[in-house]
Design a protein around this ligand. Structure first.
Ligand SMILES: NC(=O)c1ccc[n+]([C@@H]2O[C@H](COP(=O)([O-])OP(=O)(O)OC[C@H]3O[C@@H](n4cnc5c(N)ncnc54)[C@H](O)[C@@H]3O)[C@@H](O)[C@H]2O)c1
Ligand SMILES: O=C(O)C(=O)C[C@@H](O)[C@H](O)[C@H](O)COP(=O)(O)O
Ligand SMILES: [Zn+2]
Length: 356
């Protein structure tokens, strides 16, 4: 097992990685009076796993699967369950599931009594390498992705690779979009590892190293800029983690949250790589490397569901926008993200058309 330390401004914590990491849970639960376990309704055995490990009484809160969990109605239902149970400040919330569950559960913990202790137990690759780490919590609105939320850090994160055994292949692959993102913005070694034959096997050393490196990228970025201060030019803080997300989030909203996050982000990265080639001189080989790595993983490079104008309208609500100025995270070269502000709209549309 490995540990990545996150020296967060809101309180440091560890991300425990590897087969059997769930054994760390009792220590993180500590002397909590009760434990609310928020889990997808399709995965009740996850709540069983937690209940079997903790001494405290457990309140199980089943929430809808995938993005259907990240709504104001589901959030209000979670608050009602805690109210009925008389949940107090010495109680603890555990979010166990994919990124949708950990985003919701983290927001429940952030808002209940203005904040109770939270432990995150991600059960998808995507949530292990990204969603469960770094303190972004929240829900979607029909108008856009993650439009309501809070920065709220967990007391600890447990990434037990054993829990990935039941994860469908498409969800496993979708998580690799965020790993590849970390490779392009910060750690080129990830791009080499992601080319190996055993990359998708949770029992392999390659997989373990990919996850550790992606978590380390995220930990370093959020330690330096937890609240995502506005970046400018080549000085890019947390906004770098949004590489591929401006178009990706628009696709998710346009598709009514029926697309996997990682798949939408894959299209978003293929697009921004082309924009970066036009505006920042990103090398052709790096654009091709995006296409090859993502398509070899079975991830999409285009979204057939919309014309560019519909997606552009949704992108105006992106959190990086300032007033009417769209701001994008582009790439000058591998490991060199930069902010593109107020780009020529013809370049953006032409890059989208190029995807086909
Ligand atoms: N907070 C952040 O910093 C951050 C970062 C990246 C992504 N996100 C968010 O994360 C979400 C995407 O997360 P995701 O890709 O994990 O999606 P998800 O939570 O929808 O999980 C994908 C699917 O896998 C199922 N599943 C989860 N664990 C399983 C297991 N062990 N066995 C079998 N099935 C399992 C889920 O029920 C779901 O159907 C998006 O909402 C995205 O916005 C947040
Ligand atoms: O942690 C971050 O910061 C990220 O941008 C990570 C993204 O992968 C993630 O999808 C995040 O939820 C996007 O945040 P948002 O602020 O653009 O909604
Ligand atoms: Zn993401």
């Amino acid at each position: 097992m490995t540990t990545v330390h996150v020296p967060s401004q809101l309180g440091p914590y560890d991300v425990h990685l590897g087969h059997g990491a769930l054994e760390r849970l009792p220590a993180l639960v500590g002397d909590a009076g009760r434990v609310a376990v928020i889990h997808p309704e399709s995965l009740p055995r996850l709540a069983d796993e937690v209940a079997a490990l903790v001494d405290a009484p457990v309140l199980r809160v089943a929430v809808p699967d995938a993005e259907a969990a990240k709504t104001a109605d589901v959030l209000a239902t979670c608050w009602s369950r805690l109210a009925e149970a008389g949940f107090t400040r010495n109680d603890l919330v555990v979010g166990i599931g994919g990124g949708t569950t950990t985003d919701l559960a983290g927001f429940v913990a952030a808002t209940w009594l203005r904040g109770v202790r939270y432990v995150s137990v991600p059960t998808t690759v995507l949530a292990m390498v990204d969603a469960a780490v770094g303190g972004k919590t929240g829900i979607n609105l029909p108008a856009g992705k993650n439009l309501v939320g809070a920065f709220y850090e967990p007391a600890g994160v447990i990434c037990d690779f054993r829990l990935l055994e039941s994860l469908p292949g498409a969800d496993l692959r979708a998580g690799f979009a965020e790993i590849i993102k970390c490779g392009f913005i910060a750690d080129p070694a990830i791009l080499d590892l992601a080319d190996r034959d055993d990359r998708l096997e949770p029992g392999s050393l390659t997989f373990a190293e990919l996850v550790r490196r992606a978590v380390a990228v995220k930990a370093a970025v959020v330690a330096a800029d937890l609240r995502e201060a506005t970046s400018s030019g080549d000085r890019v803080g947390r906004e770098a983690l949004n590489y591929g997300h401006t178009l990706g989030h628009a696709i998710e909203a346009h598709a009514g949250y029926t697309w996997r996050h990682g798949e939408a982000i894959s299209v978003g990265m293929a697009w921004i790589a082309r924009v970066s080639r036009s505006l920042l001189g990103l090398a052709d080989e790096v654009v091709a490397q995006h296409d090859e790595l993502l398509s070899d993983l079975g991830l999409p490079l285009r979204y057939p569901g919309a014309d560019y104008a519909s997606l552009r309208a949704i992108m105006s609500l992106d959190k990086k926008a300032r007033g009417n100025t769209l701001r994008l995270v582009g790439l000058r070269a591998v490991g060199r993200p930069t902010i593109i502000a107020g780009a020529d709209e013809r370049v953006l549309e032409s890059a989208y058309r190029e995807l086909g």
